[in-house]
Design a protein around this ligand. Structure first.
Ligand SMILES: *Cc1c(COP(=O)(O)O)cnc(C)c1O
Length: 433
């Protein structure tokens, strides 16, 4: 007979018997907002030509206005995803092909691809082993003659060290772009994450704290960057031709990155729920942390001095040497107990062939071909030891925006952790014969 304490991995009964409730910031008030747009019959009111409708319809402008108020920024510019938004933000800097932009290897793919889309070279820096955000010393190491900007993600829900990054930007005359997709409403030294860089942005895709299906918002206090983002978002090359005030603008190769009226109406409504959304994420995460803090060789998320955390991911590290069991075994054991949303490692973006072998086109390596041979070789042999060990061996996380994680759910998750840790010996020896 299998006892109650037998691991579910070896046939015992799991701590969490069924699926936990999903995280869901949508409710009937979002339906009402959508109905009003449907009644109006206007699902998008953008026109890609000079005039009032160049800046979008009533809901688009209302969403941008309330976002700018809420986040205390001069400009909030909506886009149909943050991928689009980062493309606009990086394009707004007006850099030259072959210029270098430093970014983190621990981020979502779009943070890096949108650099390459402008024929700029992404140069990856290593991460801080506690916060998983950019390591400041390594960023400075990576600065070269052609470095023009830093794109800094606020990964898992807390801000990067923006003050130190801004000091580097001043010293080397660089732009700072924030990717705050995972950290809306978190704070650093009192200000809202993502609002102190030259330009930054947020995502409203389905997986984020608040969502509109797809969608994003770019924020900046810089009038010129804001104008250029608006031009890039909506076929700006046409508008420049018909506006004397803009006739000196160069490098506006526009796109259609416009957000619709339905998504914007949902966005206005979702914004009202941001506070409660992040409160629920934080309360659950802090509770879990308190319940598993006694487990040996397991590190819970570290919140950096001056930061508040909104837990897009509950990120953990293992001390494998002293545990003696592999990360994969532990994660399989926890998953078998019913813990949802677990994943091993995060990203090693610098190892993707696009970047590690400069495989940008079928025949040419443009824009890498613009670099000196020496710089190319440096980049081709790039190693980022901290990120690599975390990704390959010691880091695992829970997608904390995937489930509601009510108090009782968190208690079950903690019980599953305790059960697995109490049974490390049986994991070491394998299933009983
Ligand atoms: C989600 C995410 C994005 C992209 O957002 P989309 O709106 O899905 O394009 C970019 N960066 C990070 C860090 C993200 O988590």
């Amino acid at each position: 007979m299998l006892g109650k304490n037998e691991l579910a991995l070896y046939g015992g009964s799991p701590v969490i018997g069924g699926p936990l409730e999903d995280y869901q910031p949508l409710d009937h008030t979002d339906n009402l907002a959508v109905e009003l747009v449907m009644k109006s019959g206007i699902l998008s009111d953008f026109i890609g030509a000079s005039g009032k409708k160049f800046l979008g319809g009533a809901r688009v402008r209302e969403f941008e206005k309330s976002f700018a108020n809420e986040f205390n920024v001069k400009h909030a510019i909506s886009v149909n995803s943050l991928t689009s938004g980062l493309w606009c933000a990086i394009g707004s800097l007006n850099l030259e092909p072959g210029d270098e932009v430093i970014t983190s290897t621990w981020t979502m793919a779009a943070t890096a691809t949108t650099i390459l889309h402008w024929n700029l070279i992404p140069v990856f820096a290593d991460i801080d082993p506690d916060t998983f955000n950019l390591d400041i010393a390594d960023v400075e190491n990576k600065i070269g003659k052609r470095t023009r900007a830093i794109v800094s993600p606020d990964i898992f829900g807390q801000s990067a060290d923006i003050e130190s990054l801004l000091l580097l930007c001043n010293k080397y005359n660089l732009y700072l772009v924030s990717d705050s997709a995972q950290a809306p409403g978190s704070r650093r030294n009192g200000y809202l994450t993502g609002t102190k860089s030259h330009i930054g942005g947020f995502s409203f895709n389905y997986h984020k704290h608040i969502h509109t299906g797809e969608g994003g918002m770019i924020v900046t206090d810089d009038d010129r960057l804001a104008d250029r983002v608006r031009l890039l978002r909506n076929h700006g090359e046409v508008v420049i031709g018909s506006s004397p005030a803009l006739s000196n603008e160069t490098g506006i190769l526009g796109m259609n990155m416009r957000l619709g009226e339905i998504e914007s109406a949902i966005g206005v409504n979702q914004l009202r729920k941001l506070d409660s959304a992040i409160r629920s994420r934080r309360e659950g995460a802090e509770y879990l942390e308190s319940l598993i803090s006694t487990l040996p060789d397991l590190s819970a998320p570290v919140v950096s001095n001056g930061n508040s955390h909104v837990y897009y991911v509950f990120g953990m590290k293992l001390n494998l040497k002293s545990l003696g069991v592999s990360r994969n075994t532990l994660v399989r054991a926890l998953t078998a107990e019913g813990v949802p949303g677990l994943f091993e490692g995060y990203q090693n973006i610098h190892k993707l062939p696009l970047y590690s072998r400069h495989l940008t086109h079928k025949k040419s390596n443009f824009p890498y071909s613009l670099l000196t041979k020496r710089r190319r070789n440096e980049l081709l042999s790039l190693q980022l030891p901290i990120a690599e060990v975390l990704h390959n061996e010691t880091f695992f996380g829970i997608n904390w925006c995937s489930k509601a994680f009510h108090k009782k759910d968190v208690e079950l998750v903690a019980e599953a952790f305790h059960k697995v840790w109490d049974n490390i010996d049986s994991l070491l020896s394998g299933p009983k014969p």
